[in-house]
Design a protein around this ligand. Structure first.
Ligand code: ADP
Length: 328
C-alpha cells in the first residue's frame, strides 16, 4: 500500500541554517501520526515541505505517492492544512473568509462551515482581525476540516484551545479517521497528541530520533517508584537490579529509596520484599519525561534501532523555498 506520507533523507536549509538534517518518515493510510519535538526542532519546516510551501534542499518527500510540487492543486484538494502561524486577509469576517476558501475549492466544504463553527463555538460574523488567538485557531481548524480531506496536516492543532475545545478537536479527529482520513499532527507537548495518536515520531535538531507506538513509548517512559522501609537498607541491593535506573537512597535516613522502573517490576518487588516496606508509591512518568531524556542528553543513543536518522543530505539540487499564502 502506498504510504500517505513518505520522506527520505529530507534536508532543508534556510540560508546558513540547516533546519532539517535528513528526516525519514512513513505514514500509512488511516493513521493518526503524532510529530513531536521541542520548539525549533523542525516540525513546521517538515510540514511546509509536505504541503509545498517549501521545497527541499535535498532528499525526497511524497504525499499520496506524488511529490507535492507535481501533485499541484489536485493534491492540495486532498489535504487539509492548519499552519502553525495563521495569516489572514484584512477586512473579511470569519464567515466571509471561510466561504471564500470554499469557493476556491470549487464549493467543497461550504455546507460544513456552520456545523464546524458551531462545534467550536466560533462566531462567524466577527472580523478576522479582531479575533483572539483561540478564535483564530478555530478558523484555522474549520478551514482545514471543512472539505473532508483525505489527509489532515495540522501544525500544533490544539495550541490556544481550552480543554473543552481540545476535546471537540479530538472528537473531530476521531470522526475524520472513522471516515478513512489520515492525520499528521505536530506538537511540542506529548500529552497533547497522546490521546489521539497511534504512532509518534520524535524530532530533535532536524532529525527523527525515535518512532514508536504511543503506548510503547509510555511503557518505555517507565515509572517513578518511591519506597520507604521500616529499617535502613543498602543501595547496592537495588541499584543494579534489571529494569531499575537512577536509584537514590536518602542519606539522611537510609530508608527512603527512589528509582526509575522500566520494564518488569518483579526484580524490584522481590528485592523490596526482603525488607518491611512501609510505603510504596508508583507514578507513571509522563511521555514528556522520555522526550526530555532525548532533549537533555545529546550523546545518548536512542533505545531503538528505528530511531536512526536518515542520511545527511548534500547541497546539490538546492531549491530556494518560497513561502506562499499561509492558509489555504
Ligand atoms: P519547529 O516547528 O519544530 O518549532 P521550525 O521548523 O519552525 O521548528 O524551525 C526549525 C529551525 O529552522 C529552527 O532553528 C528555526 O529557527 C529555523 N527556521 C525556521 N524558519 C526559518 C526561516 N524562515 N528562516 C531562517 N530560519 C528558520
Amino acid at each position: 500500500m502506498t504510504p500517505v506520507i513518505r520522506a527520505r533523507g529530507l534536508v532543508k536549509d534556510y540560508g546558513p541554517v540547516r533546519a532539517l538534517r535528513g528526516v525519514d518518515l512513513e505514514v500509512h493510510p488511516g493513521e493518526v501520526f503524532g510529530f513531536l519535538g521541542p520548539n525549533g526542532a523542525g516540525k513546521s519546516t517538515t510540514i511546509r515541505l509536505l504541503v509545498d510551501l517549501l521545497r527541499p534542499t535535498a532528499g525526497t518527500v511524497e504525499v499520496f505517492g506524488l511529490t507535492p510540487a507535481a501533485g499541484g492543486a489536485e493534491l492540495r484538494m486532498r489535504i487539509g492544512y492548519l499552519p502553525g502561524e495563521l495569516a489572514f486577509p484584512a477586512r473579511l469576517d470569519a464567515g466571509e473568509y471561510l466561504r471564500h476558501l470554499a469557493a476556491l475549492r470549487g464549493g467543497r466544504g461550504r455546507p460544513r462551515i456552520d456545523e464546524l463553527a458551531q462545534r467550536f463555538s466560533l462566531d462567524l460574523s466577527r472580523p478576522l482581525q479582531a479575533l483572539s488567538k483561540g478564535n483564530r485557531q478555530k478558523v484555522g481548524l474549520v478551514q482545514a476540516f471543512m472539505h473532508e480531506p483525505d489527509l489532515l496536516v495540522l501544525d500544533e492543532p490544539t495550541s490556544g484551545l481550552d480543554p473543552l475545545l481540545q476535546r471537540e478537536f479530538r472528537l473531530l479527529a476521531q470522526k475524520s479517521v472513522a471516515r478513512g482520513a489520515t492525520l499528521f499532527l505536530s506538537s511540542h507537548m506529548l500529552g497533547e497528541v497522546e490521546e489521539v495518536a497511534g504512532r509518534v515520531a520524535i524530532i530533535r535538531e532536524g532529525r527523527v530520533v525515535d518512532v514508536d507506538d504511543v503506548r510503547a513509548l509510555r511503557a518505555r517512559a517507565g515509572q517513578q517508584v518511591l519506597l520507604r522501609f521500616a529499617e535502613p537498607v543498602s543501595l547496592a541491593e537495588f541499584d543494579s537490579l534489571p529494569g531499575v535506573q537512577d536509584a537514590v537512597l536518602d542519606p539522611s535516613d537510609g530508608v527512603s529509596l527512589s528509582c526509575l522502573l522500566r520494564g518488569d517490576p518483579m526484580p524490584l518487588l522481590l528485592a523490596a520484599a526482603r525488607h518491611r516496606v512501609v510505603r510504596w508509591q508508583v507514578q507513571d512518568r509522563e511521555l514528556e519525561d522520555l522526550f526530555l531524556d532525548f532533549y537533555r542528553a545529546p550523546d545518548r543513543t536512542p533505545p531503538r534501532d528505528s530511531a536512526t536518522s536518515g542520511p545527511a543530505g548534500t547541497e546539490t539540487g538546492t531549491e530556494t523555498g518560497t513561502e506562499k499564502e499561509a492558509a489555504r
